[in-house]
Design a protein around this ligand. Structure first.
Ligand SMILES: Nc1nc2c(c(=O)[nH]1)N[C@H]1C(S)=C(S)[C@@H](COP(=O)(O)OP(=O)(O)OC[C@H]3O[C@@H](n4cnc5c(=O)[nH]c(N)nc54)[C@H](O)[C@@H]3O)O[C@H]1N2
Ligand SMILES: Nc1nc2c(c(=O)[nH]1)N[C@H]1C(S)=C(S)[C@@H](COP(=O)(O)OP(=O)(O)OC[C@H]3O[C@@H](n4cnc5c(=O)[nH]c(N)nc54)[C@H](O)[C@@H]3O)O[C@H]1N2
Ligand SMILES: [Mo]
Length: 668
């Protein structure tokens, strides 16, 4: 038998996967060749879903301990449910509301079935949600200021570009299906420019690689705009008819000095001239912005500056041109758009720093963690651990005993993609796809829908009027209830069953974003001057704002990019993984100066943390940058809470400037 699945990890591709099942066992997974973006190719992690599903360390049953200083013991589901419901009932009886019940959820599984938990919280008439999308909200907010909405063309359109500029992204590692599309463009004669402080796998493919100083992209983009103006290479039709505020923007950036390019960005005049001539002569330019670029204190402003460059040249809304970061089209199902008006939303950055102040008179007494591994992925995990110890009842829904699960009271095992129905949308391509259930749940694991529905049912029997969560007979029925007219119209389907039977549905709207050049602003024009940004305390125009720089005491940037064979903190067991222990990459010249030998254990430290790890000496990074892949258990102990400039308006908290972390090293 064959079943259709979709990878729900927080990744661009949301790959369609086919499982080949024999005797109730998956013997093989392959990519679905009919998917218009992923076209049958899976990454190492996609293939490893099978290994992950039956990995010896996967949770088989619920575990509990009342006292976090003690060890866990297995517990039955019946007892686990009783504990959860009795805690909820007593919280309600004590306070008369559920604000002491908190949700801490992120991106471990982006399938809409998992939003059942958000749905449950929203049905309780007011709970607490810890808000913030630390990795992405900066850029999302940035792209709302000038165009009013975050849109992008079908990524396959990039193959029609004459010039592709990748700013702070490493798709050869993080978005592998984009590479064949880029190659197609190159085969047609296009040039590829990669702008990144680190010489990455993607940079290896470039015609022009620009190694700029971290967090200075905005200055480069502003200078390129000035150059287009000086060379009379702007799209004046776009500027005059479809935009406003260009004069103010131009006035601001005219105060900058071209000579500072070397000082600020570390870019030579020659490299700049080469890039600007490519930009002037190309017919259609695609700018691909990776999330890496916005993980700085001025990251949002840098994203705005790049979009402004695309606008000035008239690339927004053209075939082969445009800006590619991500889109919001997939946020279309009912439980992705819940009305949370009654909830108390806490800013995650403030909460991690000082929960007592954030929680005020209603401290969180029971915390529900799902699809999130904050002790590995969030900043300042040392403090988060303290909060988890303080909160009397912490429940974590997981597939593995992660560091976060280990810091909880109750750990509930949940089903994998092969053991539940689901629907997965993408933040990048234009497809939505149905995930079929191929196998029975692994040991005692249960889907989040089943867990939440059982709890809601029981809670309703104790407190009949305080939980409005809708009870459905099956996962399938719950999923069907998330459809609406907008979905049917946008994806050309008539019923949920139709998506189930066709497997993949493509958005039928225009493939080119902003083709009509009607922006989502009050006047319909693209705004080089945003009063909204000004109102939020930001520069009104996309002008470069200086970022943070290393200090004498901590002279290295610590860049913690995403790993080729893991997905954030997942897949660390992967047999392909050659660096099971985290290691720090260091420029050969620096190693030589400090007498560090390749492979030697060294200490990496700052005011917040100190880690000992293996050093790898290499030539692809500048002398004042160290590189450690994110996703390892301890790495984020070095990451302080430095906020980016944007994100709160979109996600409830500003992004985290993960890459504005400064450290020092010593030999042991
Ligand atoms: N230093 C540093 N830190 C970073 C970043 C960085 O660049 N550098 N990047 C940031 C970014 S961009 C992101 S998106 C975040 C990601 O942060 P998270 O979303 O927390 O990371 P994940 O490891 O993808 O997923 C969390 C957990 O979800 C679990 N999980 C998987 N499937 C399911 C499921 O079906 N149900 C439930 N309940 N759990 C499931 C996984 O086992 C995993 O332990 O990390 C951020 N952290
Ligand atoms: N294999 C794999 N794929 C993934 C993930 C994964 O964990 N593993 N995670 C997924 C998720 S959640 C996300 S958000 C994306 C992340 O996708 P990417 O953005 O592609 O990855 P990052 O590792 O965050 O950073 C990319 C690059 O940004 C560069 N960079 C840092 N600062 C700057 C700067 O100031 N300017 C410029 N120009 N470049 C800079 C870094 O050197 C790095 O090479 O990938 C997704 N895909
Ligand atoms: Mo992310």
């Amino acid at each position: 038998m064959r079943y259709r699945h979709v990878c729900p990890r927080n990744c661009y591709s949301a790959c369609s996967i086919i499982s080949h099942v024999e005797n109730d066992k998956i013997v093989l997974v392959t990519g679905d060749p009919h998917h218009p973006y992923t076209k049958g190719k899976l990454c190492a992690k996609g293939h490893a879903h099978v290994e992950r599903m039956s990995h010896p360390q996967r949770l088989k049953r619920p575990y509990y301990r009342q006292n976090k200083a003690k060890d866990f013991s297995p517990i039955s589901w019946k007892k686990a449910y009783e504990l959860i419901v009795s805690n909820l009932v007593s919280l309600y009886k004590e306070f008369g509301h559920f604000y002491s019940f908190g949700l801490y959820k992120h991106s471990g599984n982006l399938g809409i079935l998992q939003n059942v938990t958000d749905d449950f919280f929203s049905s309780l008439g007011g709970t607490t949600k810890i808000m913030g999308n630390p990795g992405i909200s900066t850029g999302v907010e940035a792209l709302h200021y000038q165009a009013g909405k975050m849109k992008m063309s079908d990524p396959n359109e990039i193959s029609n570009s004459d010039l592709i500029i990748i700013w702070g992204g490493n798709p050869a590692v993080t978005n592998i299906h984009l590479i064949p599309i880029i190659r197609e463009a190159i085969d047609r004669g296009a040039s590829l420019v990669v702008i990144d402080p680190i010489y990455t796998k993607t940079a290896e493919l470039a015609d022009l690689y620009i190694q700029l100083r971290p967090s200075t992209d905005g200055f480069l983009a502003n200078q390129l705009v000035l150059d287009l103006v000086q060379q009379d290479a702007c799209d004046y039709c776009f500027l005059n008819e479809y935009s406003e505020g260009f004069e103010q923007f131009l006035e601001e950036i005219s105060l900058q000095n071209r000579q500072d390019l070397l000082k600020i960005c570390g870019i030579s005049k020659q490299a700049f001239m080469h890039l600007s001539s490519l930009l002037r002569s190309a017919k259609a330019v695609s700018h691909v912005i990776g999330p890496g670029l916005q993980r700085h204190a001025n990251g949002g402003q840098n994203v705005r500056a790049i979009e402004a460059l695309a606008a000035v040249r008239g690339d927004l809304g053209t075939k082969g041109g445009g800006l590619y970061f991500r889109h919001e089209d997939g946020m279309i199902f009912n439980n992705q758009q819940l009305n949370d008006m009654k909830d108390r939303n806490l800013n995650m950055n403030k909460w991690i720093k000082n929960p007592i102040q954030e929680e005020g008179e209603i401290p969180i007494q029971m915390l529900w963690i799902t699809c999130r591994n904050p002790l590995t992925q969030d900043p300042y995990p040392q403090n988060i651990r303290k909060h988890l110890l303080r909160i009397p009842f912490v429940v974590t829904v997981e597939e593995f005993m992660t560091p976060t699960a280990k810091a909880s009271n109750l750990v509930l095992p949940t089903t994998s993609i092969f053991e539940q129905e689901d629907i997965v949308t993408s933040i990048w391509h234009k497809e939505i796809a149905y995930n079929e259930k191929a196998l029975n749940p692994y040991f005692e694991s249960k889907s989040e829908w089943e867990i939440i529905t059982t709890i809601a049912q029981s809670l309703k029997s104790f407190l009949p009027n305080y939980c409005s969560f809708p009870l459905y007979k099956s996962e399938k029925a719950y999923l069907e209830s998330q459809f609406n007219k907008n979905i049917y119209e946008s994806y050309n389907i008539n019923t949920p069953g139709e998506l189930r039977s066709i497997g993949i549905a493509s958005r039928k709207t225009k493939k080119i974003a902003w083709e009509d050049r009607q922006f989502y602003t009050k006047t319909g024009k693209y705004k080089f001057y945003s009063s909204k940004a000004k109102g939020n305390g930001l520069p009104p125009t996309p002008v470069f704002v200086k970022g943070r720089v290393p200090t004498k005491m901590f002279p290295f940037w610590l860049i913690t990019p995403h790993h080729p064979y893991t997905l954030n903190s997942q897949f660390h067991f992967h047999s392909l993984l050659d660096d099971k222990e985290p290691c720090v990459k260091i420029a050969q010249a620096v190693a030589k100066r400090l007498g560090i030998h390749d492979g030697e254990m060294i200490r990496v430290f700052n005011a917040q943390g100190s880690l000992v790890m293996k050093s790898i000496c290499c030539t692809h990074i500048p002398e004042d940058i160290l590189e450690i892949n994110s996703g390892h258990e301890y790495t984020n102990q070095l990451i302080p809470i430095v906020e980016t400039d944007m994100g709160e308006q979109i996600g409830g908290a500003n992004g985290v400037a993960y890459f504005d972390t400064f450290v020092n090293i010593t030999k042991l």
